[in-house]
Design a protein around this ligand. Structure first.
Ligand SMILES: C[S@@+](CC[C@H](N)C(=O)[O-])C[C@H]1O[C@@H](n2cnc3c(N)ncnc32)[C@H](O)[C@@H]1O
Length: 123
């Protein structure tokens, strides 16, 4: 459905991506954006549990790229590998979700880890 308003509310998160991935987004948000703006090339940054990729596949958008630390793209160092008509970004939630604990492995580039350090160095 095309977006009618900037306030979004859905009955459920939808079937796309992994609902078990901490901090996942509702695929309805991405679906509505894609149906409204109809990009020829779609890029998603911080793609996490695969919600955007599943929505793009469902809508038949073959030209989509999904980037995350999980597949080797590092937001603070890496360029965008392609140009696009629409970028959807769902960044980490400060230090609310500690992905190191979630995954059982520490990644120094995970922005969720860096946030507390940045905050404490300013206080
Ligand atoms: C809020 S989650 C995104 C969830 C996703 N939209 C979904 O529906 O599953 C934020 C993501 O940012 C990623 N991330 C954290 N630090 C990053 C970095 N430096 N570069 C790229 N991705 C990063 C994490 O791996 C995590 O998947």
């Amino acid at each position: 459905m095309a977006l009618q308003s900037s306030i979004l509310s859905y009955q459920d998160r939808g079937k796309w991506g992994k609902s078990s991935y901490r901090g996942n987004v509702s695929g309805h948000v991405i679906k509505d954006l894609l149906e409204t703006y109809k990009p020829k090339k779609f890029v998603e940054v911080f793609s996490g549990g695969g919600t955007g990729k599943d929505v793009a596949t469902d809508l038949g958008i073959e030209n989509s790229v999904h980037l995350d630390l999980l597949n080797g793209w590092e937001a603070l160092k890496d360029e965008m590998p392609v140009q696009s008509d629409l970028i959807f970004s769902h960044p980490p939630y400060w230090d609310i979700i500690d992905y190191a604990t979630q995954r059982g492995s520490y990644d120094k580039d995970d922005l969720s880890n860096a946030m507390p350090t940045i905050r404490s160095s300013k206080s």
